[in-house]
Design a binder for this molecule. Sequence first.
Ligand code: NI
Length: 269
Amino acid sequence: MIFDTHAHYDNPSFDEDRDGLLASLSDAGIGRVVNVGASLESTKRTLKLMEEHSFIYGAAGVHPSECGEITEQDMVWLESVCDREKLVAIGEIGLDYYWKEPNPALQKRWFVRQLAMARNVHLPVIVHSRDAAKETLDIMKAEKSGDMGGVIHCFSYSREIAGEYLAMGFYLGIGGVSTFQNARQIKEVIAYAPLDRLVLETDCPYLAPVPYRGKRNSSLYLPLIIDAIAQIKGVETEQVEKQTWENGNKLFRLPQARTIAQRHLLSRN
Ligand code: NI
């Protein structure tokens, strides 16, 4: 089965056909999806999706580009939803210096604050980092983020940076960019990182793989990412699918064959 570790099915671009699309995923071999909050509103919509669909799990967090007007009160609310059943991570959080809006100081403040929340509630983190390689790594080291663990989503940095995160125990999120013709760097990273540290992600509706580049993405295209990884690593696609499924479950502490109730007993006691 296929694990989509990063999707945004609450996005308005799915409003027209969301139910039908989500209903079709299981027949296509998509076993689990983590819907990732990008703002307070999208975290609310994520909570709803994970209540409505057995295979959808959720992450709660505020994306760096969305943190301009949030308050400490919002953080209190965010933390209050973390004990929900099926809420498996804090994210997506991080730094985006491609869009320097809001300003870097503010982005850093809420990144650090949400890392602290993850520590408090004992959940892994989903990290968004764009054009901020050094700053992200410095903060994550200073905050001892390896204690929480998590994934660097849509990994876009060098092999050396990948090595740093692997040493901290993090997973690397691999999606549509790995199929782009000009994506030399991520192909090098895929070749370099052990298969047991890679997870599949769509970031849908964004970042559709070739030949759907520029169109609306969905979990249905993940076999193309599996093919890309298998080709780069010179292994069978079945092995990539099986290993990344196991990795996704480990990352979000979802035992393969256990019930949700048992998972909570395991992780909270
Ligand atoms: Ni995302």
